[in-house]
Design a protein around this ligand. Sequence first.
Ligand code: NAP
Length: 292
Amino acid sequence: MAFLKKYLLPILMVFLAYYYYSAHEEFRPEMLQGKKVIVTGASKGIGREMAYHLAKMGAHVVLTARSREALQKVVSRCLELGAASAHYIAGNMEDMPFAEQFVAEAGKLMGGIDVLILNHVLYTPLTFFHGEINMVRKAMEVNFHSFVVLSVAALPMLKQSNGSIAVVSSLAGKIPYPLVAPYSASKFALDGFFSSIRKEFVVSKVNVSISLCVLGLIDTDTARKAVEGVYEGYASPKEDCALEIIKGTALRQEEVYYDHSPWTLLLLGNPGRKIMEFLTVRSIQWDRVKSN
Ligand SMILES: NC(=O)c1ccc[n+]([C@@H]2O[C@H](COP(=O)([O-])OP(=O)(O)OC[C@H]3O[C@@H](n4cnc5c(N)ncnc54)[C@H](OP(=O)(O)O)[C@@H]3O)[C@@H](O)[C@H]2O)c1
């Protein structure tokens, strides 16, 4: 009975509150009007589609990727579509000093940052792992380390705006995918890091939301080529996927699931993990940590 009172009832109340409040929120495109948004990996694929949606919603955008020419075209199209402003800064996310400078420059161009969308990716070849350590290192650098560097650099501005971070991940970051071990590891790392600091933000009253976006197969050129002849699953449309990421981020959802299968959210929602997280957070002596 004591266990029921101490643990199960609070857990039940948290879940009820979560479902009650989340059910009443609705996305409106005006939520992004005039917002200052960074999109990484915006030269093609889902990132480019996010830039176009944001432009139509009247946001300011600063885009990045390595291909200058492609970015130039995306920026021009964003201005045609109604972006409040649109700029690009080309560079490589293997280069951490670039990642830091990029955020500083983007902040200057827009006069702050409301939303940081971390989306760029190094796809690793679909193959058995035969000890390619360099591939693991590179995947961790581009897909994980640079996401952390960009977030750290943007955090002071995001704190000022009570802003949001979208972390674009994958089903391969929730369940281990064979044949893409380095990619899968880098996406799991995103969950570990960003879900941990989300908890710290709650305790330290940092009003910056973090949305981990868990995507199934999407019909981008890169993904199609990567899985060709190996995986025959349905690829969902990138335009829709991009919009769902923006919606979930604007609504400050902790996790955004986008996959063609309705079972994905149900199976990966993982109530067991949520209960364990709740219990772990409760058992930490936060005051002692803060005073150290
Ligand atoms: N498509 C899918 O099926 C799928 C499934 C699950 C998750 N996701 C996730 O969704 C996100 C977008 O995927 P996508 O399919 O749209 O990818 P994509 O079409 O290949 O686009 C990747 C973007 O990242 C940029 N990029 C790659 N390496 C970079 C580097 N070293 N430095 C800076 N920018 C770099 C690319 O531009 P440049 O080449 O010009 O640098 C491009 O703009 C990724 O995080 C991916 O993991 C996708």
